[in-house]
Design a protein around this ligand. Structure first.
Ligand SMILES: NC(=O)c1ccc[n+]([C@@H]2O[C@H](COP(=O)([O-])OP(=O)(O)OC[C@H]3O[C@@H](n4cnc5c(N)ncnc54)[C@H](OP(=O)(O)O)[C@@H]3O)[C@@H](O)[C@H]2O)c1
Length: 500
């Protein structure tokens, strides 16, 4: 721990983390292991109060036991039983519905009795509950209860379109100031996502090439092998556009395309990201249909195992036209990127779990070698691999050794785990740390989330004009239907579909 971290950790004396939805999946799989890992690495003190709020008939001891089991089951770090006991020594369970004011009054009394100075509220709840909880936090005057700080972390999804996001924002702002609000997009907590900025702005060699003069196009892919599983109720109303595009893909796009911030502070970084989102070229209704490609998975094979199609999943309507795959062509109307297409795609039941950003550089102006060229005309691709196999590769053409004149594609490769000999930490560890330390750089600002929805709303509106009653389908375990290849081939480009 460095001096700054030590000071920040000391500032956390008399601090409570209040988790709404403490009995849920996110709490046990991510939040509790992250709190343990922060303590294990001395980044938070051991007298943190953890308060849980939910309906289930649990008590303090049971919650403590569940917390300890979560760490043992889900923490990627060494399990130190003594430290588990220490960090979960102050645990309080409040059994209440989110809509009962008495629960909040009980919470208020507990925080006062314990002499709490700082409070971090965490909404790990279904999104429909956000407004009720925020209203009742306001009503019970919990948002400015203490002499220290009070902050609120709000999970995704933040709204389901521009209007609902704005309404939610309006409500949150009646209870909290913007600097108290930490909207999560857990992609920003990933080391490799943060490395996009380091690669770009801590190195001199990439930035001069990072523009319309040298870049042919950019591909951003977030591919999942999983289907909807038990989340059909949510997914049917969301689709990949709300589940992945509005948040993760637009975040990756903004980090890739933004200008250098004037400083590495929360507002400077977010100012630049917002400028990119505002510069996204809006589509008209026809433009939406020309520049987006939706599809839905049918049955197929993933890792050699037969899986069912989307319409056969539990909770999915037979006539569903919810997209499980989306590819889109976006343009950023600014001096740096004018005319450079950004191809974004994401889908479920694709052959490989993979997130990457590929910067495809332009062709050489003139070919000198009349040789067999296996590297192709434009071999230079810089790929930021975000998961799995985190790292960066740069591809180029090299002369094959020997008497045959042949150019072969080769790669320079940086692998995160190999270079630093560590396991990449979970995004939630960093995000909870930053929320406790008061650093909002990796959280989404109000104008950022509304700019994201503003753009996405244009696509949703365009789709409403689409007369089709069904979507093209793709077999599970493939990279989408043939149409998605034509979508990009028309631009004389092709998708990077890695071998599985
Ligand atoms: N799970 C993940 O990996 C993940 C990842 C990214 C984002 N998220 C987001 O995180 C949030 C939580 O997800 P989750 O998977 O943890 O959900 P979940 O397993 O369904 O948990 C929901 C929690 O809310 C409580 N709850 C629901 N309605 C309540 C009410 N009326 N009064 C009191 N408590 C109530 C439940 O407690 P009781 O049943 O005990 O009442 C439970 O603790 C969602 O917004 C989700 O989008 C989750």
């Amino acid at each position: 721990m460095n001096n700054n971290e030590q000071k920040l950790s000391e500032n956390l004396l008399n601090t409570a983390v209040v988790i709404f939805g403490v009995t849920g999946d996110l709490t046990s799989r991510k939040l509790i292991p992250a709190i343990y890992e922060l303590y294990q690495s001395d980044r938070i003190p051991n007298n943190l109060n953890i308060v849980g709020f939910a309906r289930r008939d649990w008590d303090n001891d049971h919650l403590k036991k569940i917390f300890k089991d979560s760490v043992r089951s889900y923490s990627g770090k060494e399990i130190e039983e003594e430290k588990i006991d220490q960090i979960f020594s102050n645990v309080k369970y409040i059994q209440s519905s989110f809509s009962q004011l008495e629960g909040y009054e009980q919470l208020r009394k507990y925080l006062i009795d314990e002499g709490i100075k700082n409070v971090l509220f965490y909404l790990a709840t279904p999104p429909e509950a956000y407004e009720t909880i925020i209203e009742l936090i306001g009503k019970s005057e919990l948002s400015h209860l203490t002499e220290g700080w009070t902050r609120i972390v709000i999970e995704k999804p933040y709204g389901r379109d521009l209007a609902t996001a704005k309404n939610l924002d309006k409500l949150v702002h009646t209870v909290f100031n913007e600097n108290q609000i930490y909207r999560i997009d857990h992609y920003l907590g990933k080391e490799t996502v943060q490395n996009i900025l380091v690669l770009r702005f801590a190195n001199g060699i990439f930035e001069p090439l990072w523009n319309r003069q040298y870049v042919d196009h950019i591909q951003i892919t977030v591919a999942e092998t999983v289907g909807v599983g038990t989340r059909a109720g949510y997914y049917e109303n969301s689709g990949v556009i709300r589940d992945m595009f509005q948040n993760h893909l637009l975040q990756l796009l903004a980090l890739t395309a933004m200008e250098a911030p004037v400083g590495f502070t929360a507002n400077c970084v977010r100012d630049e990201k917002v400028k990119v989102l505002r510069a996204l070229k809006p589509y008209d209704a026809k433009g939406v249909l020309d520049n987006t490609f939706r599809a839905q998975y049918t049955s197929g094979y993933i890792d050699g195992k037969k899986v069912i199609g989307y319409k056969d999943e539990d909770g999915v309507a037979r006539e569903s036209i919810t997209e499980t795959f989306l590819a889109a062509r976006l343009y950023i109307d600014n001096w740096r990127w004018s005319g450079v297409p950004f191809y974004l795609r994401s889908g479920k039941r694709l052959p490989k779990r993979m997130t990457e950003i590929a910067i495809q550089f332009k062709q050489i102006p003139l070919s000198l070698f009349n040789w067999h060229n296996m590297a192709g005309d434009a071999p230079n691709v810089l790929v930021m691999k975000l998961q799995p196999d985190e790292g960066v590769t740069l591809s180029f053409g090299a002369k094959m050794p020997g008497h045959i004149n042949q150019i072969s594609p080769v790669e320079m490769n940086f692998d995160y785990e190999e270079s630093f000999d560590i396991k990449i930490p979970e995004a939630y560890v960093r995000l909870i740390q930053d929320a406790l330390y008061g650093d909002a750089t990796l959280f989404t600002r109000s104008d950022e989330v509304t700019s994201q929805w503003g753009f996405i709303n244009g696509i949703l509106d365009g789709w409403k004009e689409d007369p089709r009653k069904y979507l093209p389908v793709y077999e599970a375990g493939t990279w989408g239907p043939p149409g998605v290849d034509f979508f990009i081939k028309g631009d004389n480009r092709h998708w990077r579909n890695p071998e599985v």
